[in-house]
Design a protein around this ligand. Structure first.
Ligand SMILES: [Zn+2]
Ligand SMILES: [Zn+2]
Length: 257
């Protein structure tokens, strides 16, 4: 039991990582004796990051998730200007400033060093599995369907099941550049005879018989072909049948946090 006016020494705990601060805080008359009695000697008193967390936070922009209900009994509340109380959930993401500006900056504007996001927004931004699109047809392969472009990406050159079905029964040649091109997925290449190549999105379907004649008898179903060879072959084939398919996707991968 605390007596009236008795001071109480409390060591604050960092809400974010659980480290105990070195310096104690003296609780005075701003707390009633009952409150003081209920406060343990080590506890979260505020949301100031400890030195270790501070050094992480200053690496970029901090996004903090909050809700309107306390996550545990006695959690200190924060207050909006309109008086609404809110409570950090403990989850946060530190993004390097460049990335944060790319994601949230309007017209390349500055971002606050610390932003608070509701659970819904935090989840939408940082947890939602991005929709992976088929490089060739632009349709989703996996992930949560989203209207937001930011949550869509192409991660590889594997045709989706629909494309595979559509192309089955024929030999498919995928044109590839020797260097990354506008359509290629950042940092992802295919290997053609041990060399890194980058599909352009153009493809050509050939009867197996024709493919065997042009490319050799061991030609598989899906073949990556360097652009010079592709152009030569398409010239050969075009005389018989017109038109090449082109992939509809030109999104870039930009969702690595
Ligand atoms: Zn900390
Ligand atoms: Zn597809």
């Amino acid at each position: 039991m605390s007596e009236p006016n008795e001071l109480k020494k409390v060591y604050p705990v960092c809400f974010w990582c659980g480290t105990t601060f070195q310096e104690a805080v003296i609780l005075g008359d701003e707390f009633t004796p009952e409150q003081k009695g209920a406060i343990p000697e080590r506890c979260v008193l505020h949301y100031d990051p400890c030195p270790k967390c501070t050094s992480e936070w200053t690496q970029g922009c901090v996004f903090i998730e909050y809700g309107f209900d306390a996550t545990y009994d006695g959690q200190p509340a924060l207050e909006r200007p309109d008086g609404t109380k809110f409570y950090p959930t403990g989850r946060l993401v530190v993004l390097n400033t460049e990335k944060a500006v790319a994601m949230f900056g309007k017209d390349g504007g500055d971002i606050e060093p610390i932003s608070f996001l509701t659970k819904e927004n935090f989840g939408a931004v940082f947890e939602r599995e991005p929709e992976i699109l088929c490089f060739w047809c632009g349709e989703p392969k996996t992930g949560v369907k989203s209207a937001e472009k930011r949550l869509k990406s192409v991660s590889d050159y594997e045709p989706c099941e629909t494309c595979r079905k559509k192309y089955s029964g024929k030999c498919v040649l995928f044109e590839c550049d020797y260097a990354p091109n506008q359509k290629s997925v950042d940092g992802v290449s295919v290997k053609v005879l041990g060399k890194s190549m980058y599909p352009t999105g153009r493809l050509m379907r050939l009867d197996f018989k024709v493919a065997a004649r042009l490319l050799g008898p061991d030609t598989g179903d899906f073949v990556y072909v360097p652009t010079d060879k592709f152009k030569f072959l398409s010239g050969e084939v075009k005389q018989k049948r017109g038109g090449l398919n082109e992939s509809k996707v030109s999104l870039r991968r930009n969702d690595d946090y």
